[in-house]
Ligand binder design. Structure first.
Ligand code: AMP
Length: 399
């Protein structure tokens, strides 16, 4: 085995996703998920050499126990000797981080500072960094930020029309998320379309439980649909996306909502789930819509309409469109949603190839429009873990 293996960690409040990836060959040697951390019956599920295993975890300081179990596992599987770095997914890097960073005391402090912008995510990411720094004390630790790719946006795209002081004093602005995914699939599209070194105008649509689109001009993010938080923009599984900000005062004054109830309403009870009153899961929505469930159909229609409208609007910052890329659980698998969206955008010149669209699923990559037509619509499975592994290996080597 080569010595470019990286342990990639994505630490959430009750879960820890991990993988060991060879950053040179992109081969995954181990992958797994520690779940129900801090809850009853925590466990680690992992896949090694194609075989799946489940190990129960002791209760207690959940993240530390999970990381220690992971260290034991990595050693037992004799994967520790090849590791060159640990790469951490960090959700919010604020304006401080325009690229991935080797974790030092000052970097750690800056991540802590940005926790006010992502109170649900950054503290969990920090738990992972602290536990891994203790457990893998000799390895360089690298932070890879969801927001970094979008730091090339111009103020015209990232500023809200609010008093400027809110930006100056409190850093309130659009940051955007899913940056690692938008970067990976846009770079891959540039490669596949042989646009390397040439001008390129690409819209990437990351559609999973969270959904966002990004306008990528000549390889750089120039606009994106998520904002200060991952709530803005598209309709998502349980998130509303864009709404009239006047709704806040209405809910407070007329319906006695509190700030935290509004937060729950917009983040956890809206989106596909809210409209359908059925599920946040796109597969369930599609199946029920096909069986004639009117609200499931409505949820699907609104999801696709809002997505198509947002994609079309990005022709403005791009001054045109060469390609539209679908990725994420929905983007990679739902031929239904891709077809509905591409058809609403036919006026750009897209001509859907039904066969190619049906064939693109379960991790396959390909163009789903007629090859003679322009722009192209494509499916490119995302690989955020590989980007994290590559950035971590590169920074570890440079130190
Ligand atoms: P992710 O967050 O990227 O894992 O994506 C999760 C979303 O992908 C869920 O809404 C799933 O219902 C959706 N999804 C996964 N497979 C399919 C499929 N075959 N058809 C439609 N949606 C799918």
């Amino acid at each position: 085995m080569s010595s470019s293996h990286v342990l990639v960690l994505n630490c959430g409040s009750s879960s820890l996703k991990f993988a060991i990836i060879d950053s040179s060959s992109a081969q995954e040697h181990l992958s797994g998920l520690a779940e129900r951390l801090g809850e009853s019956s925590p466990q680690i599920k992992y896949k090694f050499n194609g075989e799946k295993h489940v190990v129960a975890l002791a209760s207690g300081d959940a993240h530390e126990i999970a990381i220690n179990k992971l260290v034991e596992l990595v050693k037992t599987l004799k994967l520790d000797q090849q590791l060159v770095a640990v790469g951490h997914r960090v959700v919010h890097g604020g304006e401080h981080f325009t690229h991935s960073a080797l974790i030092t005391d000052s970097v750690l402090e800056a991540i802590k500072q940005t926790a006010t912008l992502a109170p649900l995510h950054n503290p969990a990411n920090l738990l992972g960094i602290e536990a891994a720094s203790d457990a893998f004390a000799t390895l360089p630790q690298v932070a890879v930020f969801d927001t970094a790719f979008h730091q090339t946006m111009d103020p015209t795209a990232f500023l809200y029309a609010l008093p400027y002081e809110l930006y100056k004093k409190h850093s309130i602005r659009r940051y955007g998320f899913h940056g690692t995914s938008h970067y990976y699939v846009s770079a891959r599209a540039i490669d596949l379309l042989e646009l390397d070194g040439k001008p390129s105008k690409i819209v990437t649509a990351h559609l999973g439980n969270g959904c966002s689109v990004c306008a990528v001009k000549d390889g750089k993010s120039v606009d994106t649909s998520m904002g200060l938080t991952p709530l803005e923009g598209l309709v998502m599984g349980t998130r509303s996306g864009d709404i009239d900000p006047g709704l806040f005062a209405y809910l407070v004054n007329q319906l006695d909502y509190t700030a935290s109830q509004i937060d729950t309403l917009l983040n956890k009870e809206s989106g596909l789930l809210g409209i359908s009153e059925l599920s946040n899961d796109c597969r369930t929505i599609e199946e029920n819509a096909a069986d004639g469930h009117a609200q499931a159909q409505l949820a699907l229609d609104i999801f696709c309409y809002r997505l198509a409208k947002q994609i079309a609007s990005f022709a403005v910052p791009l001054s045109g469109l060469d390609a539209l890329v679908f990725t994420g659980g929905i983007g990679e698998n739902s031929d239904v949603i891709r077809a509905k969206v591409v058809k609403q955008l036919e006026f750009f010149g897209f001509i859907l190839n039904d066969e190619q669209n049906l064939a693109a699923r379960f991790g396959s990559e390909g163009i789903i429009t007629e090859l003679s037509a322009s722009p192209k619509a494509m499916v490119i499975p995302t690989n955020e873990e590989l980007v994290i592994a590559q950035d971590a290996a590169k920074l570890a080597q440079e130190q």
